[in-house]
Ligand binder design. Structure first.
Ligand code: ADP
Ligand code: MG
Length: 139
């Protein structure tokens, strides 16, 4: 596994740009697993991913009620938020791995996955206060 790369961002735009940057290295079949508390910036990062994959970032919202969203880009992006799934069984039923299809799958609250997904890119976002976030990307 490659050494994790750590970046400090100081605005939502910088986090977006980091997601956009990562998208350039992604291929169909790749998983991006996002970790971080509520308000850390996971969705902001996914918005950047969408932009980098050629989808409209404005379509990306925190899917509060919608568990799974699809965005059409050069590479299709599927976005899952496991926050509202209250049991491991429910997450298991979702069969997250299969949602990757022919595109990239981004998962918020990935710590709720029932098992690790081999070969995933892991993104950890920590709130350091104010608009500062420490983002660790491991691929
Ligand atoms: P999550 O999906 O992790 O719950 P969101 O991306 O929905 O978080 O929200 C992050 C919030 O934090 C937004 O209101 C955003 O404007 C704010 N914010 C402030 N600084 C940053 C930063 N450096 N990176 C990302 N978001 C930031
Ligand atoms: Mg979110």
């Amino acid at each position: 596994m490659a050494t994790p790369e750590t970046v400090v961002t100081r605005s939502e735009q910088e986090t977006f740009a980091l997601g956009q940057n990562l998208a350039a290295a992604l291929q169909p079949g790749n998983f991006v697993l996002l970790h971080g508390d509520l308000g850390a910036g996971k969705t902001a990062f996914v918005r950047g991913l969408a932009a980098g994959l050629g989808a409209d970032p404005a379509d990306v919202s925190s899917p509060t009620f919608v568990l799974v969203q699809h965005y059409r880009g050069r590479v299709p992006l599927t976005h899952v938020d496991l926050y509202r799934l209250d049991s491991a069984a429910a997450v298991d039923d979702l069969g997250v791995e299969e949602l990757v299809g022919t595109g990239v799958l981004a998962v918020e609250w990935a710590d709720r996955l029932p098992r690790p997904i081999e070969g995933s890119v892991t993104v950890k976002i920590e709130d350091l206060g104010g608009d500062t976030r420490r983002i660790t990307i491991e691929r």
